[in-house]
Design a protein around this ligand. Structure first.
Ligand code: G3H
Length: 215
C-alpha cells in the first residue's frame, strides 16, 4: 500500500512530519510520501522522505506568474504530484496539460476525483494513479472505506475498465491502520490522507498506527 500524506495548508511543521514519515517508511518498508506546500518541497525532500507536490500548473517555462512549474517542483525535490484535488479543481484541459507538464519533469502523477464516473474520465488521461475522494467526507475523520465502500469499489472498477495500468487510491477520513486495511480489502492500492496526520498531536504515532497492520 502507498500512503500519501497531503499537508494541505495545515499549520504543522512539515519537516517534523516528513522526518517521521521517512523513519516510519524505513522501519516498516511501507511506501510513505509527503506532499507539502510548494515553498516547502525542498525542506521536506531534504529529510529523505518521498516528496510530492500538491499541484503543478499546465504551463511550460514562460510568462506564467503565480503558476507552479512542474520543472521547479522537480528541481526542489518532488518526485510526484497530485492534480485536481477537490480543494483545487481543474478544467479537463488543464488536467491534461498538467499531466503533460508533469511528464516533461518526470513527476509521477495522481489525479483526484469525486466519484467513479470522474475516476473513469481521469484514468482515460493516463496518469500513474487516481484517487477517489468524496468531498463531503474530507476532513471529517469518517473513513470513506467505511462510510461509502461502494465508491471505492466503483472507482476500482471504473479505472480498470478504462486503463488497467492505473493505480487507485482512496481518501477522505482515513486515519488508522484499520482504515488502511479496509481500503486495501476494497481494492485500493493506496490511501491519500491529510488531517489524520497533519492535525494529529503526535504525527509520528499516527503514522506508526497507520502502517502497523502491514508489518
Ligand atoms: O488530500 C487528502 C484528502 O483530501 C483527505 O483529507 P483528510 O484525510 O483530512 O480527510
Amino acid at each position: 500500500m502507498f500512503v500519501l500524506v497531503n499537508l494541505k495548508a495545515y499549520p504543522c511543521d512539515p519537516v517534523e512530519v516528513a522526518t517521521a514519515a521517512a523513519d516510519v517508511s524505513d522501519d516498516s518498508g511501507v511506501r510513505v510520501a509527503v506532499a507539502p506546500q510548494a515553498a516547502q518541497i525542498s525542506a521536506v525532500a531534504e529529510t529523505g522522505v518521498e516528496t510530492w507536490a500538491q499541484h503543478v500548473s499546465a504551463v511550460e517555462h514562460g510568462s506564467h506568474t503565480g503558476s507552479t512549474l512542474a520543472e521547479a517542483a522537480a528541481d526542489a525535490g518532488a518526485v510526484g504530484t497530485l492534480l485536481n484535488h477537490s480543494e483545487n479543481r481543474l478544467k479537463l484541459a488543464d488536467i491534461d496539460g498538467a499531466l503533460d507538464a508533469a511528464d516533461r519533469a518526470d513527476l509521477e502523477t495522481i489525479v483526484c476525483a469525486n466519484n467513479p464516473a470522474q475516476i473513469g474520465a481521469a484514468a482515460a488521461l493516463d496518469p500513474d494513479g487516481v484517487a477517489v475522494e468524496p468531498p463531503e467526507l474530507i476532513g471529517t475523520g469518517t473513513p470513506v472505506s467505511k462510510a461509502d465502500p461502494d465508491i471505492v469499489t466503483g472507482a476500482v472498477d471504473a479505472a480498470a475498465r478504462v486503463n488497467g495500468d492505473v493505480d487507485v487510491l482512496c481518501g477522505a477520513g482515513i486515519s488508522t491502520g484499520e482504515d488502511l486495511v479496509s481500503a486495501s480489502d476494497l481494492g485500493a492500492t493506496g490511501v491519500l490522507l491529510a488531517s489524520g496526520v497533519a492535525k494529529a498531536d503526535d504525527p509520528r504515532a499516527a503514522l506508526e498506527d497507520l502502517v502497523e497492520p502491514l508489518l
